[in-house]
Design a protein. Structure first.
Length: 149
């Protein structure tokens, strides 16, 4: 399995686990809402229902975000290489290595750290369109791109 395939799989696993967690939470809220309906009436009952519905809306929005992440990952072709940084590129610099995909933070493969970042993140925007040996400023530091995979 190539490095890009491994990074992509790690991102997909993150999305799958997050999706399952949110769906379990929503299911739990749904059960709570149903049991709330069967219990006492009055102001306390209405407040409890309203709070549960707010939590369900939040979870629903999180699930929508996770689905968007999944769609972005589906656009990445692990076999595609490019001399210009684009979605799916692995960028090696002197200090930090990046995987342009979704923003989930650090992924370690074979004791090498990579940061999965979105193309719309501040660092992602700086990386897009760059080529090997290009330099850019980030956080007050000059960073040189050594290799793009």
């Amino acid at each position: 399995m190539s490095l890009k395939e491994e990074l992509l799989n790690q991102c997909k696993n993150f999305v799958d686990i997050r999706s399952q967690t949110i769906q379990k939470t929503m299911s739990s809220y749904q059960n709570d809402l149903q049991s709330e309906s069967k219990s006492s009436a009055g102001d306390k009952h209405e407040t409890g229902r309203a709070m549960l519905q707010l939590e369900m809306e939040k979870a629903s929005q999180q699930l929508e975000g996770i689905n968007q992440m999944s769609e972005i990952l589906d656009k990445i072709d692990a076999l595609k290489t490019s001399k210009v940084v684009c979605l799916g590129s692995i960028v090696f610099t002197e200090n930090i290595n990046y995987f342009l995909s979704i923003s989930i933070g650090k992924i370690t493969i074979d004791k090498i750290d990579f940061f999965a970042v979105s193309p719309v993140s501040p660092i992602g925007k700086l990386l897009l369109g760059k080529q090997e040996n290009d330099e850019f400023l980030f956080g007050g530091k000059r960073i040189k791109i050594q290799k793009i995979v």
